[in-house]
Design a protein around this ligand. Structure first.
Ligand SMILES: [Mn+2]
Length: 208
């Protein structure tokens, strides 16, 4: 099982605070997951990445690990497009993966992705997520990252296709973040696939 991961980063002087919760499990019968979630703060920027490597089992898990290793070296200044290109290059000899990548900074989020990782806004302005078709490591068309000014607080959910697309998020959205993720995995996931959820709460203001 993937251990429950928590990442929390906040500094009084910073203008963006992110609280992210990552929950996941491998396909029923597998010991390693081909999904992987990642949250890391670098110089006032917080990177959030959710990866779903093709298929499941050890080769998918290896590909997901490569992606997280690459993301661990992302600098604060990197763009979403450049980040996705780096993941693509790193995954060339792997199974390949779908991924969603977000970059939070003071007063702004930028985001993009490849393949079928889902992103839903629970609270706050809808994040404009437009993933490209393709597979990181195999074929990637032109990246189309978007960005949005953010002011105030919000909650965003990312999940892999091991979670039902039509899970009742409006109904579950009032739950505590950890409970929400656990409930999605327990009640609204597919046994035949790895399933991973990241819940992100943000609080920010536009820097003046
Ligand atoms: Mn999957």
């Amino acid at each position: 099982m993937i251990p429950e991961l928590r990442a929390r980063s906040s500094k009084g002087s910073d203008k963006v605070e992110i609280d992210a919760r990552i929950h996941g499990r491998p396909r029923v019968g597998e010991t390693r997951s081909g999904d992987a979630g990642f949250v890391r703060r670098v110089d006032g920027v917080t990177w959030v990445l959710l990866v779903d490597a093709l298929g499941h089992g050890p080769l998918a898990a290896d590909a997901a690990e490569l992606a997280l290793d690459e993301a661990g070296a992302f600098e604060a200044e990197l763009s979403i497009d450049a980040g996705l290109r780096r993941l693509h290059t790193r995954l060339v000899h792997s199974r390949g993966a779908a991924a969603a990548l977000l970059r939070f900074e003071a007063g702004r989020v930028s985001l993009g992705g490849v393949g079928n990782v889902e992103l839903r806004t629970l609270v706050g302005p809808a994040l404009p997520y437009v993933p490209a078709n393709g597979v990181l490591g195999h074929r990637v068309p032109r990246m189309r990252s978007t960005e949005l000014e953010l002011s105030g607080t919000g909650r965003v959910l990312l999940f892999t296709d091991g979670i039902e697309r039509c899970a009742p998020l409006r109904q579950l959205g009032s739950l505590d973040p950890d409970l929400l993720c656990q409930q999605l995995i327990a009640e609204h996931s597919h046994d035949r696939d790895d399933a991973t959820v990241i819940h992100v709460s943000y609080s920010t203001q536009i820097e003046r």
